[in-house]
Ligand binder design. Structure first.
Ligand SMILES: Nc1ncnc2c1ncn2[C@@H]1O[C@H](COP(=O)(O)OP(=O)(O)OP(=O)(O)O)[C@@H](O)[C@H]1O
Ligand SMILES: [Mg+2]
Length: 659
């Protein structure tokens, strides 16, 4: 007796009691649970109530016959899967075929051979059971497949999300092998996923010097689960990238560390801007400090210079020794003034004389100096791209910029090397301008001065534009060279970049706004112009300046009124408004400053002619102030003062309508 037999229930449907009985006994003896029904309808009812494993169905019965019973059983969801075997006395092939076509699984012919009945029943039970198992498996598979499709869809959605983000998302196992690499990572690092997956991340993205830091982070993960901070990485093409990095440790279902999920955001641009900003700010504050000192020095030097010049005029017949001493005072005051001017060039930029400057002229002057004075071990080359645009600027200042740069290059190549200067047109676009705080969009001329000298480490590059920063021996360098360069470039609306590699060389790139002006430089003609007895009001809080300016002006046939501050100045003007031709106003005064004094003067007389004087503010800043006709920067020479006055008065008499 098999398992199958023991647990199976067989329903016999036959209207002949003897048949039923014999079959019942035989099957019960064989170990089946046997149920009986004497007609089709009760058979269906029983089968619906408790489906048997197999039905033996007689064909010829009163009421509904076996075929109809079979049809109804097949049509019923509750009973359609029960295997049916027909029992038929008929040996007609037609009936056998009909039974099978109605869905019966087999037939046996009466009189029944018990062995055959048993064999067929067991066969069909087995088939039935197998079918059922198969059906169940199918069902399970279908469920699994639809579940998997759902998961895959979700994964695809997530992968799409991972690819949309610009962040680099990557997964690496604990041996640092890359397991996952999204589109963001492809874009950020230049490596495609197929190139990256399976590679060791340390070799792909990091320089040797950062590896110990990485190891520390990875070790700390087992305790803290996550980490975030900044990392320096390398692009496929070798350039450095700075990222804000977030690491999370992933564990398997047993809680064991399995892999590390990393999300990296590119902050390279941000960091660069930050560094630029800090540097600019530092230079700005040093500039303010230096500017303050320079202002005081100007106030000291101006009277010395003026007095020295006047003394020479006043005492033309004095002895030679005294003449020499006057000369010495004048020369040294001038030297002091030019040093102060340099500091101011750095601090605020100094307005120079603007003409159209040809870069080729500048280059040929520099070339001559370099070839005549630099050691022969330094090879020199110049290169100017054709159709170079023009610069409007101060030729002397720009010459000084190039000189400072080539002298630095010479000093960096004590054992020889190559010095090359070249110029080309460059259009600064918005992207570039965004990356460089000092750059503005538009056409520029880029002048490059490159050497193959000692180069500089980054911490030196960081400070070279500070005034008085030098690495040269005492007495060899003042450290004002590059700060002057920067000041001049800035006052021309340009900017300067440095690229330096320690031990390899340095390149300075100077960018100057280019213009399409093709005017010829103005010829300058200096003769000391004298006055015609015009009354000049001089307002300055520094008594020595007031004094010397008064003497100078009177020497050259002007009349002078003085005021030692803004308030006194306004009072004087109110009193002598109609006689005063020009007012000279110092911009930096206590209590009432220059700008306020000027606007008060404006109110009294909208046509007032004013010369603004200061060591600090450039005429750029004053450009918007109405009525200011000229600007003098301290210390000024008598010549400059007279020239400024003459220009204003001459302009006035030539065209009185214009102020
Ligand atoms: N081409 C270069 N190669 C290497 N280092 C340089 C170069 N140019 C400038 N430097 C560094 O920058 C520092 C500052 O330069 P800067 O021209 O401002 O002053 P200086 O040359 O030292 O003195 P000064 O120019 O006033 O005589 C130098 O001392 C040097 O360390
Ligand atoms: Mg220098």
């Amino acid at each position: 007796m098999s398992d199958l037999t023991e647990k199976s229930a067989i329903l016999i449907v036959d209207d002949t009691p003897t048949n039923l009985e014999i079959l019942f006994d035989f099957l019960a003896d064989s170990g089946f649970t046997v149920l009986v029904a004497e007609d089709g309808e009760s058979a269906i009812a029983r089968a619906e109530y408790a489906p048997p494993d197999l039905i033996l169905l007689d064909v010829l019965m009163p009421g509904i016959d076996g075929f109809e019973t079979c049809r109804r059983l097949q049509a019923n969801d509750l009973t359609k899967d029960i295997p049916i075997i027909f029992m038929t006395a008929l040996s007609e092939t037609v009936d056998k075929v009909k039974g099978l076509s109605l869905g019966a699984v087999d037939y046996i012919t009466k009189p029944l051979q018990h062995e055959e009945v048993l064999a067929r029943i067991e066969l069909h039970l087995r088939i039935g059971k197998l079918t059922k198992t198969l059906q169940q498996q199918n069902l399970r598979l279908e469920v699994e497949i639809s579940e998997r499709t759902r998961v895959e869809e979700k994964l695809r959605e997530q992968a799409a999300l991972l690819d949309i983000t610009t962040d680099a998302i990557l997964v690496k196992d604990l041996d640092k092998r890359i397991r996952f690499w999204n589109k963001g990572a492809e874009n950020l690092y230049g490596w495609k996923a197929i190139e990256a997956i399976g590679k060791n991340i340390s070799q792909l993205l990091y320089r040797a010097e950062t590896l110990s830091q990485l190891q520390n982070i990875q070790e700390s993960l087992t305790e803290c689960e996550s980490w975030q901070g900044e990392l320096t990485q390398v692009h496929k093409e070798g350039k450095e990238i700075i990222v804000a990095s977030r690491w999370t440790l992933m564990r398997d279902q047993h809680g064991q560390p399995k892999s590390i999920l990393t999300v990296n955001t590119d902050i390279t641009e941000k960091k660069q801007l930050e560094a630029q900003f800090l540097r600019a700010q530092r230079l700005e504050s040093i500039g303010t400090l230096a500017g303050g000192i320079a202002h005081d020095l100007n106030n000291i030097l101006t009277p010395i210079l003026t007095a020295a010049q006047l003394l020479q005029l006043k005492l033309p017949n004095t002895d030679e020794r005294s003449q020499q001493m006057f000369q010495t005072i004048e020369t040294n005051a001038k030297r002091g003034a030019s040093l102060v001017k340099q500091v101011l060039q750095f601090a605020r930029g100094v307005e120079g004389k603007r003409t159209v400057v040809q870069v080729s002229h500048l280059f040929s002057e520099i070339k001559q100096i370099v070839q005549e004075t630099f050691p022969k071990s330094i090879e020199f080359s110049t290169n100017i791209k054709s159709d170079l645009w023009a610069i409007v600027g101060d030729a002397t200042h720009l010459h000084q910029v190039l000189m400072n740069l080539v002298v630095n290059a010479r000093d960096a190549m004590t054992s020889g090397g190559t010095l090359s200067i070249c110029a080309e047109n460059v259009f600064i676009d918005e992207h570039y301008a965004r990356m460089n705080l000092e750059a503005s969009v538009g056409p520029h001329i880029m002048i490059s001065v490159a050497d193959t000298g000692v180069g500089m480490p980054p911490e030196i590059v960081d400070r070279i534009f500070e005034p008085f920063f030098t690495t040269k021996d005492f007495g060899k360098g003042t450290g004002l060279g590059l700060s002057t360069v920067r000041g001049i470039i800035k006052s021309h609306g340009g900017f300067v970049n440095v690229y330096s590699k320690f031990g390899r060389g340095t390149e300075f790139k100077v960018f100057l706004p280019a213009v399409e002006v093709t005017a010829t430089p103005l010829a300058e003609n200096f003769e000391l112009p004298t006055g015609n007895g015009e009354l000049i009001l001089v307002v300055d809080d520094e008594a020595p300046i007031l004094e010397t300016t008064k003497i100078s002006l009177e020497t050259y046939n002007y009349k002078v009124l003085t005021a030692s501050d803004g308030i006194e100045g306004l009072a004087q003007y109110a009193q002598h408004k109609d006689e005063i031709s020009v007012v000279l106003v110092d911009m930096m005064m206590p209590s009432l400053d220059g700008a306020t004094t000027i606007s008060a003067l404006q109110k009294m007389n909208s046509r007032v002619l004013i010369i603004a004087v200061s060591g600090l503010v450039t005429s750029d800043k004053l450009a918007g102030t109405r009525g200011v006709k000229a600007f003098l920067s301290k210390p000024y020479t008598t010549k400059e003062l007279l020239q400024a006055l003459h220009n204003i008065l001459y302009q006035k008499s030539k065209n009185p309508a214009i102020h």
